[in-house]
Design a protein around this ligand. Structure first.
Ligand code: IMP
Ligand code: MG
Length: 186
């Protein structure tokens, strides 16, 4: 997609280009490949935001991994988290004794992931790690959350693209950009 397309006009600016994303995702895939050498990790995609990151990441991991999908709700269409997390779609397979990697789009307050870690921990995984595309450390509300793999730390701004949405839009932008506040009416 070219940057003169109409949806790009809703951005204040591009924060991470698709080339930068591709480079980091490749490095992360290789690192996970080294860290999990000899293992068959279960990669869990947190729908829908992580879907594009997930599709790219797993293709860079040179291991016999398996995939599963989970959908949770924490946001609705607003730009601030509600703190309420609900499972909309659970995993298809159990994870007892498995090495699990949760793949998430962005860690903001951390409420969603810390809740997810708690419930997946109780299901008897051998190990549980988190891979996040983006991290907004300035917004963290949960202090005991350790994010094992992060592609980019970003400032406190609402971003869209490469899977991340505002009101279900902008997921198809190849780059990650700061959404213009006029779009969500601030
Ligand atoms: P947390 O529970 O506050 O960490 O929220 C995490 C979820 O909020 C992510 O999985 C996203 O769905 C959403 N979110 C947080 N910040 C952004 C953003 O800047 N753009 C789009 N979605 C976001
Ligand atoms: Mg999400």
């Amino acid at each position: 997609m070219e940057k003169d397309q109409e949806i790009y006009q809703d951005l204040d600016r591009i924060l991470v280009t698709k080339e930068e994303i591709a480079q980091k995702v490749r490095e992360l895939g290789l690192q996970i490949g080294r860290d999990y050498a000899g293992k068959e990790p279960v990669m869990i995609c947190i729908l829908k935001g992580a879907s594009i990151f997930f599709a790219d990441l797993i293709r860079e991991i040179p291991l016999p991994l398996t995939t599963d999908f989970m959908a949770i709700s924490s946001y609705g269409s607003a730009t601030k988290t509600s703190g309420v997390v609900r499972i909309l779609k659970d995993l298809d397979k159990d994870i007892v004794g498995k090495d699990v990697i949760i793949v998430e789009d962005i860690v903001d307050t951390g409420i969603t992931l810390s809740y997810l870690m708690k419930i997946l921990m109780q299901r008897g995984a051998a190990s549980l790690k988190i891979a996040a595309l983006l991290d907004k450390p300035a917004r963290r509300k949960v202090q005991d959350l350790h994010v094992d793999y992060v592609c980019f730390d970003i400032p406190d701004a609402f971003v869209v693209g490469y899977g991340l949405d505002y009101d279900q839009k902008y997921r198809n932008l190849p780059d990650i950009g700061i959404l213009s506040p006029r779009i969500y009416g601030v």
